[in-house]
Design a protein around this ligand. Structure first.
Ligand SMILES: N[C@@H](CCC(=O)N[C@@H](CS)C(=O)NCC(=O)O)C(=O)O
Length: 216
């Protein structure tokens, strides 16, 4: 039997990326919630860290085999399920999709993650206002980079009129901008991509507001 179990958290943008990819691939999965705050953070529990040494979500377990890191998981899904390819075959287009992914995955999201924010308070005494200023700075930096990068290539979605892996990363980053109250109205390409992706049920159903662990 082919089983997929996704350890994730409703509000986690990295989890949201993988939920979108699973939906696009029409892969059914078991949802296992890992609460990032309760009980000191369930991502640190001994059972969970056996699956994921980075103490973070998501982790996908396919037929008993765990994979961490959303980039690795989405590439894996694209290789094992050929329905709706998420990466272009053309090497240059592929590089541009990966460039988009890295702007989000290594350029912005790590700086607004729970653990650096907690350290800003614990080790450097940052106030809530200072942390918000930090988050706003890095999100705005990422939004500007994404707008400029995607503008010449975008159609309905980040690259033309077909959904790619880039959209699996851009949309959760835009959700993060909304969550932290950083507007992206001045970025017309990003606004268009967001509206068109959110009109697709694969994106809408993966949204943090609709998950089994979303607070009622
Ligand atoms: N590069 C990782 C990032 C994973 C990540 O940062 N996950 C966050 C939630 S979005 C997390 O689990 N944070 C837990 C913590 O900071 O303690 C990926 O793409 O999977």
């Amino acid at each position: 039997m082919n089983t997929f179990v996704l350890y994730n958290y409703f509000r986690s943008s990295a989890s949201y990326r993988v939920r979108i990819a699973l939906n696009l691939k029409q892969i059914k999965y078991e949802y296992k919630a890992v609460h990032l705050v309760n009980n000191g953070g369930e991502q640190h529990s001994p059972e969970y860290t056996k699956l994921n040494p980075s103490h973070d979500v998501p982790t996908l377990v396919h037929n008993g085999k765990p994979i961490g890191q959303s980039v690795a998981i989405i590439e894996y899904l694209d290789q094992i399920e050929k329905y709706k390819p998420l990466y272009p075959a053309d090497p240059y287009k592929l590089a541009l999709v990966r460039q988009t992914i890295e702007i989000v995955n290594s350029g912005v999201q790590p700086l607004m993650n729970l653990r650096p924010l907690a350290l800003l308070t614990k080790s450097f005494g940052a106030s809530e206002e200072q942390k918000q200023a930090w988050i706003t700075h890095w999100i705005e930096y990422g939004l500007a980079a994404l707008e400029q990068h995607l503008k010449p290539h975008a159609g309905r979605y980040s690259f033309g009129d077909e959904v790619t892996a880039a959209d699996c990363f851009v949309i959760p980053q835009l959700f993060g901008a909304e969550r932290f109250k950083v507007p992206f109205d001045s970025h017309p390409t990003l606004k268009r991509i967001f509206a068109n992706c959110m009109a697709l049920e694969e994106f809408a159903n993966a949204h943090p507001s609709k998950q089994p662990d979303t607070p009622k």
